[in-house]
Structure formats: C-alpha cells, structure tokens
Design a protein around this ligand. Structure first.
Ligand code: FAD
Ligand code: SF4
Length: 462
C-alpha cells in the first residue's frame, strides 16, 4: 500500500522548554504504527538513489519494505548486513546530506524518514534481543587501538570471524566520541554501553586506561604481545584553538574538555565528582555539530548561550535538525561574527569576547563565500565562559612513538582504502585517517579494515 502523504510523520520530541532543563533524549522515536505508515511512503525505486547516498550502501528500500510489512526483525537484519551500529547511526547520521538527500520523495515533498526508520528497526530489535553467541575461535590475535565507532566496528567484525581481539582504550570507558562527545540528550549512553557489552559477550577483551604509545608502542603490540595485526582507530581528539589573545583565561574551554566533563564524567549530576563550570553567559565559538552540542549542554546547565559563527546560516556546518533543536531550546545564534580577542577581569577570569561583524565576499578555495570584516563594527559580547568548538586533529602521540608510520601534514595517518598503512600488519581507519568526519564513515572504515586484516592474516598462513 502506497502512502501519498508529502511530509514525514513527525518525530515525537520532548517539549523544548522542558528538555532544555534535562539531559534525557530529545527525540522519542516512532511507535510501530507510525513507522509502518512512514515506511509506506517509500516508492521502492528501482534505481535506489537513496542507497547511492549512503556511505555504507545499506539496502534501504528493502529494509523499509520489511517495516511496511510489519517484519521489523527482518528490517534490522538487512540493515546490519552493512552497518554495525544502526541504533547509533539512525540517531546521529547526517541523513539530510546522505540517503534522505537523494530520496525521490524529497523532490515534491519531504524525503522518507530513513534515519528514523533505521533507529526504529534497531530499537525494536534490541528491545527483544536474546543472548549473543560467542563465535568459535580461529586462534589468531588482533589488537585494536581506540574504541570509537571505527574500533568497535573493526573489533566486532573480526570477533564474528573468530579472531581473538583485544581493544586498547586510552580513557576509562569505551565508545570514543559516542561516549565522551555526543551528549546523552542526542545519544543515550545506554546504547553505546550495549554495543560494547555485545562485543565483550562475543569474547572481545577490553583494556581501558591503556594509552598506546605510552603503555606499549605499536611495535611492542606486535613483537612482545604477539598480535598478528594492529588496527589504529584513535580518532581526532586534539582540539584546535584560534590563536587569539585571552585563550588561557579561566573559564575558557575546548568543547572536547567541556563535553567530556558533562558526558563521560556526568558532571551535570549532583553526586558527580567531576566539577563543571556553572556560568551565567556562555559564548560558543564555531558552527558545527560540536558547537551545537556544547551550546545545548551549557543551556541545560542553566546559562544564556550564544553561538558565534563567522559565516552565515547557509554555511553553518551543523545538521539542520540540531540547529533547529538548539534554537527551539533558546540558544542564540550570532552569525557573520568573528571573535578577535577574549577579554578578562582583574582575577584572570574571562568576561567578554571582543567581536567584529563580517559580510560575505567572493568564494574561497572551499567554494564557500569568504567572510570579510565590516569596518568599524567591533563590539563586545559579555560571557563568563567561552567554549571553543573549532575542529580537532589527530593526537600526535602515535606518530611520534611509531617509527615508519607515515602521516599527512595535519597528522592524519596515511592509509589506503582498506586501511593499510606504511607499516606491515598495521591498519588504520576513521577520524585518525580522514580527520574529523562522521560516525558512519568511521564505522565503514573499521569494517573494511577488518576484511583486510582477515585477508592479511589468512595469506600469511596459506
Ligand atoms: P573516536 O570516536 O574519536 O574514537 C577514538 C578512540 O580512540 C577514543 O576513545 C580515544 O580515547 C581512543 N584513543 C586515542 N588515542 C589512543 C591511544 N594512543 N591509545 C588508546 N586509545 C586511544 N558524527 C556524526 O556522524 N553525527 C554527529 O551528530 C556527530 N556529532 C559529533 C559531536 C561531537 C561533540 C563530536 C566531537 C563529534 C561528532 N561527530 C558526529 C563525529 C564522529 O563522532 C566521529 O567522526 C567519530 O566518532 C570518529 O570515530 P573514530 O572511531 O574514528 O574515533
Ligand atoms: Fe524509497 Fe526514497 Fe529510496 Fe525511493 S529514494 S526507494 S522513495 S527511500
């Protein structure tokens, strides 16, 4: 049955003025009836344009058809052939630029809500999931460094093939950005915990508080600990700064530090041992998902929040839905505004951001119109906390401690499409290779590397 409705079935959400005081998930998910109605909007297009927009080629029309038939478990099985983290990707993927951006239904109305349907299928599966089976061991050992989406996907696929996998994670909890970066109100940590517990149930060993490059070098993992291959999924967690005056003042944070305190250390809870800065006026510098997450977190901690971004609305890199949610929750946007200095009081606390207004000039090398300064437009934005969300790069530790590991000028590890690096038996993928990107790209890279590692170890034993 084909549903002619032109718009997506709305996602039930918490009321903005309630949710901006709590950390519970904003989007509440479709019920079965709504999911079936939404699935019936799909035209089952023969040339499958939506699949072409998906970085891991999920069989979208096929899984949606199963939801329309009411066979939700079959829908989940189809998605999991291509994606290891459907409950996560259904929540955080930029679908509007990927599958939904290519959907034929989007030409005359709104695209099919592919992400919401993916989340629905995954949530239904987990609600009724039984015990995980432990695969039969093939006796070969692989080390995975980093437990973000790239590492989790690589470890999961290798474990399913029978490999004895050990994941080394620098932090005290697994999940990478899914645990320490993306806030609870967008991605409940229970979902990440369940993915990690599933890996452990499959026999994957998890060593937290283990910084590779300090505890063991990559070479020692191979020579002393006897791992036949190593996957580096260490992400891009090193924050960038603007290099302007005042960045060392008290009350100035990188978004990574601010979000790690709030998410991983749950500093917003009353009994948390981790302190967090309770400010009255917060300025967040940047315009990506990280800036939105930091701003919405600060809002929930009781502050008035302003996002300062040097380009216009069209150029804001954050997902449209996140911008909408942030604005609904009362976050202010100060667009076409560039921070030039952070100002402090006599005690060294930040008290304002000196800004200048911008206007858009000719396109730059990225194709976006270059912002240029409006003469005489300087002004001060009062702020007792400033959060810098200006992008991140890979941490240089592995590069410095691993002889022969080739990297690019900004520190990303050089690897081919299968994740092979310049070192024999060492593979890499995710943000550590691409620089800051997306969950689905990291997950896809982890899965491709798992296949390449299997081929590498298998060929050595032929
Ligand atoms: P990471 O997730 O960074 O994981 C790397 C892991 O390696 C970390 O746990 C780190 O502690 C560990 N590690 C690092 N060095 C070592 C070492 N030497 N030894 C041991 N362990 C080490 N993407 C989306 O698709 N949608 C979104 O909505 C979205 N929102 C985001 C919001 C925020 C706040 C941030 C920061 C990112 C967001 N992203 C989003 C980007 C996305 O999360 C990343 O692209 C993705 O997590 C990269 O996965 P990864 O596995 O490569 O690295
Ligand atoms: Fe369905 Fe849209 Fe994909 Fe066509 S493009 S098969 S309508 S999801």
């Amino acid at each position: 049955m084909y549903n002619r409705r032109e718009t997506k079935y709305p996602m039930p959400v918490q009321d903005p003025l309630v949710r901006n005081h709590n950390f519970k998930e904003v989007a509440l998910g479709y019920d079965a009836e709504t999911a079936v109605c939404e699935a019936e909007r799909c035209l089952s297009c023969k040339n499958r344009p939506c699949v072409k927009g998906c970085p891991v080629s999920v069989a979208i029309p096929e899984f949606i058809a199963k939801i329309a038939e009411g066979d939700f478990e079959a829908a989940y099985r189809i998605i999991s052939e291509s994606s290891s983290l459907p409950a996560v990707c259904g929540r955080v993927c930029p679908q509007e630029r990927q599958c939904e951006g290519n959907c034929i239904r989007g030409i005359k109305g709104e695209p099919v809500a592919i992400g919401r349907l993916e989340r629905f299928a995954a949530d239904m599966h987990y609600a009724g999931a039984g015990a995980i089976e432990r695969p039969i061991s093939n006796g070969h050992r692989v080390a995975v460094v980093g437990s973000g989406p790239a590492g989790l996907a690589c470890a999961g696929d290798l474990a399913k093939m029978g490999y004895d996998v050990t994941v080394f994670e620098a932090l005290h909890a697994a999940g990478g950005v899914l645990s320490y970066g993306i806030p609870e109100f967008r991605l409940p940590k229970e979902i990440v915990k369940r993915e990690v517990e599933n890996l452990i149930a499959m026999g994957v060993k998890l060593c937290t508080d283990s910084v590779i490059g300090r505890l063991y070098s990559v070479e020692e993992l191979r020579t002393e600990l006897g791992f036949e291959a190593v996957f580096l999924g260490t992400g891009a967690g090193l924050p960038r700064f603007l290099g302007i005056r005042g960045e060392n003042l008290k009350g100035v944070f990188s978004a990574n530090e601010y979000l790690t305190r709030a998410n991983l250390m749950r500093a917003y809870e009353e009994d948390s041992e981790t302190p967090i800065y309770h400010a009255k006026r917060v300025a967040v510098l940047g315009g990506g998902n990280v800036a939105m997450d930091a701003a919405r977190t600060a809002k929930r901690l009781g502050a008035e929040v302003t996002i300062v971004y040097r380009r216009g609305m069209e150029e804001l890199p954050a997902r449209k839905e996140e911008i909408l949610h942030a604005r609904e929750e009362g976050v202010e946007l100060r667009l076409l505004t560039n921070p030039v200095e952070l100002l402090g009081d006599a005690e060294g606390n930040v008290c304002a951001v000196e800004c200048v207004e911008m206007e858009l000039g000719a396109p730059d090398e990225s194709g976006r119109r270059r912002p240029v300064k409006k003469v005489g437009s300087e002004f001060r934005l009062e702020a007792d906390c400033v959060i810098l969300a200006l992008g991140t790069s890979p941490n240089p530790l592995l590069q410095r401690t691993t002889a022969g590991l080739e990297t690019k000028p900004h520190g990303e590890i050089s690897a081919d499409g299968d994740g092979k690096t310049s070192l024999e038996g060492v593979f890499a993928g995710g943000d550590a290779v691409t620089g800051s990107a997306t969950v689905i790209l990291a997950m896809g890279a982890g899965r491709r590397a798992a296949r390449a590692i299997d081929a590498y170890i298998s060929s050595a034993h032929r």
